[in-house]
Design a protein around this ligand. Structure first.
Ligand code: 5GP
Ligand code: ZN
Length: 112
């Protein structure tokens, strides 16, 4: 998986502004932030997208979901936050290593 930029960040081969690490995930700032706070929650394991998830990933996914509000709180996002997962080119996915965007810090526009 040496061509995957997020695997390289996980391996410490590419720099990133890391704000949290644990045994399952790494969390770093998006290089092109779309909001005052824009983090990427990334599993250490290379999983291309939501489509490749299996029941073996259930603990990982639960961990990532429960991490999100803790990260938001640590970032001072008391008023709320947005989470986004892009899947496939049609869904706007550019990096094919599963990740959750965590956005906040300003009033985000509606999704409609
Ligand atoms: P996607 O479109 O795949 O859901 O999101 C990929 C995100 O990764 C984009 O928001 C993009 O700005 C971010 N990104 C791409 N390359 C890098 C990088 O090398 N470092 C960091 N920190 N973010 C990146
Ligand atoms: Zn990867």
């Amino acid at each position: 998986m040496t061509e995957c930029i997020f695997c390289k960040i996980v391996a410490g081969e590419l720099p990133a502004d890391v704000i949290h690490q644990d045994e399952k995930t790494i969390v770093f700032k998006d290089i092109h932030p779309k909001a005052p706070v824009h983090l990427l929650v990334v599993p250490r394991e290379h999983i291309p997208s939501l489509r490749e998830l299996t029941p073996q990933h259930d603990d990982l996914i639960a961990h990532m979901m429960r991490l999100l509000p803790r990260l938001a709180e640590a970032q001072g996002l008391d008023d709320g936050f947005r989470t986004v997962i892009n899947t496939g080119r049609g869904g706007g996915q550019e990096v094919f290593h599963l990740h959750i965007h965590l956005l906040g810090g300003s009033r985000l526009p509606g999704m409609a």
